[in-house]
Design a protein around this ligand. Structure first.
Ligand code: UDP
Length: 400
């Protein structure tokens, strides 16, 4: 039987994203594989998304990532408007078998309420963030029998409050399109540099990577946005007002003093082939984590591109990186510094092979397809939808 799943990627960025975009990269990996398995996908996203799906549901013409970094009381309507469009589709359509949601907190709260309606489809909500965040919501969660959550690593779920864990169906490691055929990719010529690819934010530890580069005498390239600013020129243009953003303050206070443009460079957000070439030619991808990294898309991408991951042994890193085979894990910064020169002992082929085996969209989609079936079959069949509701489907669901 053909299943129809509403995949809610949220209002932040188009799918696939143009450069930075964790959830959007994962959704871009997942949707084609679901469709290959015969699952129909209604993708709730923003209008500039180009990922093929059976249908698209959009509330905003473009990504709201920059807008969503303004103070909460100015922008709380954005995520709610997006969720409102999703709920209207659920109310007015009769063909959605399950909702797979990726919108932190508001998605779970709103869809848990929507799932109470008679005949509403079950909801699988993927948790993408550190679960100590939003403890006041998660620790009192009582989402009812039709809502389940999954994590993106075992270590992430270990940190979940008990009430959230009661809703859990386990974890599914993240995958990236880069893992497809990674073991057949020809080895890239290695340059001397190290990379950190990701949002410039304290948890990713870019200031520590920069310090290690100066002390260890190697070149470091930092790629990624600072808050809503994708490129150095955007940040300069924003002037003093930009400092209202905590990631901008981190950049200004901790990272920028170490960025000399020679030994350590910040190149802004990189995308597509440019990002791939930057990572594939790096000697090492650094993860001097200062938080419990929940999912680690940049880790699995580095491996897929044949670049060893070297970082602090926190969060999901020990699940993704095999110490001594695909990278090095350290428990202190001093140990990390000592391991960086040993990156050359890691065989890039082993990194690519593990990525091609463990972190492929097909592996991820197979897990999700199983979970979908479990959730769908575990609930009472949906009630028949009255004809007048079926009529409004066409008004709500934009064509794909
Ligand atoms: N990314 C990218 N270009 C950049 C910075 C990041 O393509 O300049 C991608 C990166 O490859 C990864 C994703 O954005 O797939 C998520 O990055 P990060 O780990 O910072 O995500 P988060 O912690 O926000 O999920």
């Amino acid at each position: 039987m053909t299943r129809t799943v509403l995949v809610n990627a949220g209002p932040w960025l188009p799918v696939p994203p143009d450069g930075y975009g964790g959830i959007e990269n994962v959704v871009a990996a997942l949707v084609p594989e679901l469709r290959r398995r015969g699952i129909r996908v209604l993708l709730a996203t923003v209008g500039r998304s180009t990922l093929p799906a059976d249908e698209h549901l959009t509330c905003f013409p473009g990504g709201q990532f920059e807008v969503l970094q303004r103070p909460y009381n100015q922008v709380s309507g954005v995520a709610h408007a997006h969720l409102h469009a999703v709920v209207r589709a659920l109310r007015d359509r009769h063909d959605i078998d399950l909702v797979h949601d990726h919108v932190e907190v508001v998605g779970l709260a709103v869809l848990a309420a929507a799932a109470l309606a008679p005949g509403a489809p079950p909801v699988l909500h993927t948790l993408h963030w550190d679960l100590r965040k939003h403890a006041d919501f998660y620790s009192g969660l009582d989402a009812g029998p039709r809502v389940r959550v999954n994590g993106v690593s075992a270590s992430q779920l270990d940190r979940a409050p008990e009430a959230l864990r009661r809703h859990s169906v386990g974890y599914v490691h993240l995958a990236t399109p880069l893992a497809i055929g990674a073991d057949r990719r020809p080895p890239a010529e290695k340059a001397g540099h190290a990379v950190v690819v990701g949002r410039i934010t304290a948890g990713k530890g870019q200031h520590l990577a920069a310090r290690l580069a100066h002390e260890g005498g190697f070149d470091l390239v930092l790629a990624g946005p600072v808050g809503p600013y994708r490129q150095p020129a955007d940040l300069t243009e924003a002037g003093a007002a930009a400092a209202a953003n905590p990631d901008v303050r981190y950049w200004q206070d901790e990272v920028r003093p170490l960025v000399d443009g020679i030994r350590v460079r910040w190149i802004g957000t990189v995308a597509g082939q440019e990002r791939n070439a930057l990572v594939a030619s790096a000697r090492v991808a650094l993860f001097p984590l200062q938080w419990e990294e929940p999912g680690g898309t940049a880790v699995v991408e580095a491996l897929a591109l044949g670049t060893p991951a070297v970082g602090l042994s926190r969060g999901c890193l020990p699940e993704l990186v095999e110490h001594g085979r695909t990278g090095w894990l350290a428990t202190s910064l001093d140990d990390l510094a000592a391991l960086i020169p040993a990156a050359g002992q890691i065989d890039p082929r082993e990194c690519r092979e593990q990525a091609a085996r463990r972190f492929t969209p097909a592996v991820m989609a197979a897990r999700y397809a199983d979970l979908y079936e479990q959730l769908i079959s575990g609930f009472a069949p949906r009630a028949a939808v009255p004809a007048d509701r079926a009529a409004s489907i066409r008004a709500v669901g934009p064509a794909g």
